[in-house]
Design a binder for this molecule. Structure first.
Ligand SMILES: Cc1cc2nc3c(=O)[nH]c(=O)nc-3n(C[C@H](O)[C@H](O)[C@H](O)COP(=O)(O)OP(=O)(O)OC[C@H]3O[C@@H](n4cnc5c(N)ncnc54)[C@H](O)[C@@H]3O)c2cc1C
Ligand code: FES
Length: 1092
């Protein structure tokens, strides 16, 4: 594939590799061909075969612009407007926009959004070359439709409807119409429409040419209707629709765009002229079975019937009978998919009624097909197209820079991310971009394929015979301890399994094709068989690679790793080496969010063992599916509550029972479950509170404390209780929240004193913004109180000793290193350059490394910046003490003069700085002590078109970066609470292992109106420069979208007189929303199922 050619053959590393299956867009390049219609198109280089590039030119991000000689305007604007965070997929975005601009000098906003979502020629209007890509097909149809009589274009319009949402622009630019048709998979959405539209395939082979129908039998793969061996599709004839035709296309996916459909359909009907009598009817469904299915028998039975409500009822019954989905059907969501079968039918029924009514009104002379009574407003509302508008963002913050602040002082200014330009040019070097060293070996993992087994033997002989295989690394090759790292939570973690194996995905050995003989043991997969999971999400990190270079001299080892915790990846115990022999280097990490705290240890250790055994450098990069299989996810959470409350909504007592699915090893759940207790209080004061946390061991991969350290789960749980109390008392939700919220100076349930004034300021400000009280349904306002850091001083000692190192060179330039790792959160940009009182251009921040900072802890808990900044502040103050006498002797001198003089006088121009960390010392048993350094507050209000966030960020060090973090965390939260669902088979095998099955938010999921407002005039005496850590907390605010949807569902249920005590689970996906609404279609499907 093209992507590998760039790296291996022409040594270009600007194009990144995120998923390898066309789902993320990180690898986008521009392909240019000579074609009068489209000259340039974006394409996923991870899926682009080099052999298909004959006659084409390829442009990568390096060609668009680089720091030398010049960057392109797109790159400059993206960087300067803070359009990147970790920057890993930014080159892909640049390429998408670049390809768009090469085709359209002034693209519309719609085109820009479409571009960011994610050979042939035409013979005449209606015959499309089979090699034509889907983007070309769309462009052709868009030009053709306005030129044709409307009645001829119904099928083309149905095509266009799908082509707006089908995959991303890169994929549409690559996938050919012929490939789409021939692959015939059930999710190929253009096929049902092509079939109902009676398309014809023009075939050719050495035996000659012929035509076949693209009908249901072709799509089902029936031999008599199929291509013969060696036959190819040359072109596809898509006929005009007829005057009497009605054709519609439907799809429902997890997400509006760039997601395979759950069910799709094409429907066509023909009436006897002037009547509503059905003459011909075709209905095809995709997404139900392995191929596209036709409701042929149902359609035949309906011929001759009139188009009315009775016919619709009969049609629904017939379709449900014919398109049968057994409860165990592939793809799950059985009841939902059945519901979609009939709800598409209902919508088609309405569309036909409405369409014929329109024709009758606008062209009475046509007298066709019939005129029905005008549709009720309620039915008309079902015909509305859900189409999001152009997203608009507003960011409001107070600049604290007072006139006395020197111009070189960056604190409080919206300064561009220091790597912003490198992100957009692709010049930022992630681990995967490091060039291979001589003799470097690649490593692949062999993982367990059964949930609970015992390894009887490992036979590597076959693998060792495969050409290129050098060795196979198993538990026997670990010279030191195979697990049991110093961290409490890694206690039972074994790096390479040798005996019992406890989940699918557990690592058995490194390298390939090893025969493993198993003895089956009984797996436990869920917290309780009867308990359904409230949470079932994982996180997504695009970049996760490790490279290990082994130096044989003096048994030193260099580890280049993508981690949030360098000390953890020191592989001392495993190799029986001293820490001073292991050098860990972290230049920049492509996103992490907690997922790269403990897991990288596992991978680094295996690579280290392999390097130790083979004596070669070892490179190890996880493929996306392997990453998703091994690294775990947010802890699935199940909560039970008992709440005592008054009629006015005041909660007097609560008993919360929390269960988290910890998976097969302790990993992080030992530290996560005690955290639940302080986190669960959220913003409400409960006089009598009992919280019990249970960590459950199951035969699933162990999990990790992703952004928020269980707060996203605990917060949602508590807010769910509030909604339940509001429902029971029939009070508005916000009133119940207000009456229970902490007021003024308070003690939390764990006796931590805090002032709730800023929480209330955020609340009131947010209530004002979207004109909250005028909205009746589908709205939610959610407050947040989140603690910074960890409830243990040990974890805060990010800077426990020697945590920053500053060198001043004799030309006055300065090199700063500190213990914080750049994860895209802008930590290097935010470091306290203020202290040296010199322009930013003098300062360089290099990699984070255990050679400069020896015992750093996690860059996590939203404290990375403030704690490392304190250490840098400390070292700068030490250096100023060294320079003080020199400056006093020459007060009018410049920085360079003082440094030069300092050098002459043998003054030390290097120093180390230190910050002990915040003191937190809560004793869980006595409930005494100080649990957290301080709290952050925020409120978010979401309704159907927009979200307003008010945050108490105090005096932010860099508002541009902080607001980016707030927006990013919010959208990530929306993904957690509404999209990111994970499934396991009954055997414990994870079924959601890539972007096609696991959906994360895309550009279409950004609120149409998105306003972030930082509370002005707020101070924080604890953190450096009166700032407050941002990052994790805002994530929970994404739950306002969850509760807004819940509110809309409640309104729908109320209208139907259904009970209001329903509890939607997270993620509140389209399936769960539909099933929670419990409408006539879900009812019909349940009734039908019960009769089977
Ligand atoms: C990330 C991603 C997202 C997607 N999302 C969607 C979506 O939302 N909706 C949707 O409907 N589809 C989606 N698709 C599928 C996509 O639309 C294409 O159908 C698919 O990629 C196949 O097209 P291709 O050109 O890559 O075919 P190929 O893989 O090149 O071909 C498929 C098969 O057809 C054969 N073939 C190709 N051309 C001819 C010909 N002219 N004559 C005879 N045989 C031929 C090939 O030999 C091969 O066996 C997605 C695909 C990806 C990778
Ligand atoms: S790496 Fe190619 S699309 Fe993700």
């Amino acid at each position: 594939m093209l992507k590998f050619f760039f790296f291996n053959a022409v040594h270009l590393s600007g194009t990144k590799y995120g998923c390898g299956v066309g789902g993320c867009g990180a690898c986008t390049v521009m392909i240019s061909t000579y074609d009068p219609v489209t000259k340039h198109r974006p394409a996923n280089s991870c899926l682009f075969p080099i052999c298909s590039l004959h006659g084409a030119a390829v442009t990568t991000v390096e060609e668009v612009g680089s720091i030398k000689p010049r960057i392109h305007t797109i790159q400059e604007r993206l960087a300067k407007c803070n359009g990147s965070q970790c920057g890993f997929c930014t080159p892909g975005k640049v390429m998408s926009i670049y390809a768009l601009l090469r085709n359209h000098a002034e693209p519309s906003m719609e085109k820009i959004i479409a571009a960011l979502d994610g050979r042939f020629q035409t013979v005449n209007w209606l015959v499309i070359g089979a090699a034509c890509c889907l983007a070309q097909l769309r462009d052709i149809l868009m030009k053709a439709v306005p030129k044709l009589a409307e009645e001829k274009t119904k099928i083309y319009q149905a095509f266009l409807q799908h082509l707006r949402t089908l995959a991303g622009e890169q994929m549409r630019s690559m996938a050919s119409l012929g490939g789409h048709i021939v692959s015939r998979a059930s999710t190929r959405e253009l096929n049902p429409i092509s079939s109902v539209g009676k398309s014809v395939l023009n075939l050719a082979s050495e035996d000659g040419k012929r035509q076949i129908l693209l009908n249901d039998q072709f799509l089902a793969g029936c031999e008599h209707a199929d291509l013969k061996a060696k036959e190819v599709i040359v072109s596809v004839l898509i006929p005009y629709s007829m005057k009497d035709d009605f054709i519609s296309a439907f799809r429902q996916a997890e997400s509006q765009k760039n997601a395979l459909s759950i069910v799709n359909s094409g429907m066509r009907i023909l009436f006897s002229p002037g009547t509503d009598t059905i003459v011909d009817l075709s209905i095809l469904y995709g997404g139900i079975g392995s191929t596209i299915l036709s409701a042929r028998k149902s359609c035949e039975k309906l011929i001759g019937r009139q188009w009315n409500d009775q016919m619709l009822n009969e049609a629904c019954r017939l379709v449900l009978e014919e398109i049968f989905l057994p409860p165990s059907a592939l793809g799950r969501k059985v009841e939902y998919r059945r519901t979609l079968l009939v709800s598409f039918l209902f919508r088609f029924y309405l569309e036909v009624l409405h369409g014929s009514d329109n024709i009758a009104l606008t062209s009475p002379s046509l007298q066709y097909p019939f005129r029905c009574a005008e549709l009720s407003q309620e039915k008309m509302s079902a015909l509305g197209m859900l189409q999001s508008g152009i997203a608009q963002g507003v960011q409001i913050y107070q600049l604290r820079c007072v006139c006395r602040q020197p111009p070189q002082d960056p604190v409080g200014r919206p300064i561009m991310h220091q790597s912003g330009i490198k992100h957009t040019t692709g010049e930022e070097v992630y681990i995967d971009d490091i060039r291979p060293v001589d003799g470097e070996l690649s490593l692949a993992l062999v993982t367990n394929i059964k949930a609970h087994t015992k390894i009887m033997s490992i036979n590597a002989s076959e693998a060792l015979q495969v050409p290129g295989v050098v060795d196979v690394v198993t538990a026997r090759d670990v010279p030191g301890e195979n697990g049991k790292d110093e961290q409490a939570y890694a206690e039972d973690k074994v790096f390479l399994a040798s005996g019992g194996v406890v989940c699918v995905g557990q690592i058995i050995c490194a390298v390939v094709a090893v025969k493993i003989v198993y003895e089956d043991l009984e797996p436990i997969l869920t917290i309780e068989v009867t308990i359904c999971l409230l949470f079932n999400n994982r996180f997504r990190i695009l970049e996760l690679e490790y490279l290990l270079d082994h130096r044989r001299e003096d048994k030193e080892m260099d580890v280049y790793v993508s981690t949030q915790h360098a000390t953890d990846v020191q592989v001392k115990q495993t190799l029986n080496l001293q820490y001073n022999k292991i050098m860990c280097h972290m230049k920049c990490v492509g996103g992490a969010f907690g997922g790269k705290i403990t897991k990288p240890l596992l991978f680094a250790v295996i690579a280290a063992v392999a390097a130790n055994k083979t004596g070669h450098a070892v490179c190890f990069a996880l493929e996306r599916n392997m990453d998703m299989l091994i690294t775990g996810r947010w802890h699935p959470f199940f909560g039970k509550y008992k709440v005592g409350f008054m009629n006015d909504g005041r909660i007097r007592a609560a008993d919360f029972q929390c269960y988290i699915n910890g998976g097969c090893t302790k990993d992080e759940f030992e530290s996560v479950s005690p955290s639940l207790i302080p986190l669960i209080g959220q913003c409400i004061y409960i006089l009598n509170l009992l919280v019990r946390g249970h960590a459950c061991k199951t035969n699933l991969p162990s999990n990790t404390a992703f952004r928020g350290f269980e707060f996203p789960q605990a917060g949602l749980f508590v807010e769910t209780c509030i909604v339940a109390v509001a429902t029971q008392t029939d009070l508005p939700h916000e009133k119940v929240r207000e009456i229970n919220m902490y007021k003024r100076v308070n003690l939390t349930s764990f006796k931590e004193k805090f002032d709730a004034e800023n929480l209330w300021k955020c609340w009131e400000e947010c209530l004002d913004k979207p004109d909250y009280y005028s909205k009746k349904k589908g709205i939610a306002i959610i407050p947040m109180k989140f603690s910074v850091g960890f409830n243990a001083t040990y974890f805060h000692q990010v800077t426990s000793s020697n945590q920053s190192l500053v060198h001043i060179y004799i030309d006055g330039s300065v090199l700063v290193t500190h213990g914080g790792i750049e994860l895209g959160q802008g930590i290097h940009t935010k470091m306290s350059h203020r202290e040296l009182k010199i322009p930013l251009s003098y300062i360089h921040l290099c990699e984070t490394s255990t050679t400069t900072v020896t015992s750093g802890k996690y860059t996590a808990g939203s404290t990375g910046t403030e704690i490392n900044a304190r250490a840098v502040q400390d070292v700068c103050q030490i250096l100023w003490k060294h320079l003080d006498p020199i400056q006093r002797d020459n007060p009018n001198g410049k920085w360079e003069d003082w440094i030069s003089e300092g050098h002459k006088q043998s003054t030390s121009l290097s120093a180390t700085g230190y910050f002990k960390g915040y003191v937190t010392n809560m004793n869980q048993d006595t409930e005494k002590g100080h649990a957290f350094p301080y709290f952050r507050f925020g409120v978010s209000c979401s309704e159907n078109i927009g979200t307003d966030i008010v945050m108490d960020a105090c005096f932010t060090i860099n508002p541009a970066i902080d607001i980016g973090q707030i927006e990013g965390a919010f959208i990530q939260g929306v993904g957690l609470y509404t999209l990111e669902e994970i499934f396991f088979s009954p055997e414990g095998e994870q079924l959601t292992l890539g972007p096609d099955t696991y959906k994360i938010p895309a550009i279409c999921d950004i609120p149409e109106q998105f306003c972030v407002y930082l509370l002005p005039n707020s101070c924080n005496s604890i953190a450096i420069y009166s700032s407050k850590g941002v990052g994790e907390a805002r994530f929970f605010l994404g739950s306002s979208v969850f509760f807004a949807i819940q509110d809309a569902v409640a309104a729908a249920r109320k209208e139907r007189g259904l009970p209001m005590d329903f509890t939607p689970n997270s993620p509140l996906t389209v399936e769960r929303i539909c099933m929670a609404c419990d409408d006539v279609f879900t009812e019909m499907v349940r009734l039908f199922s019960s009769l089977l």
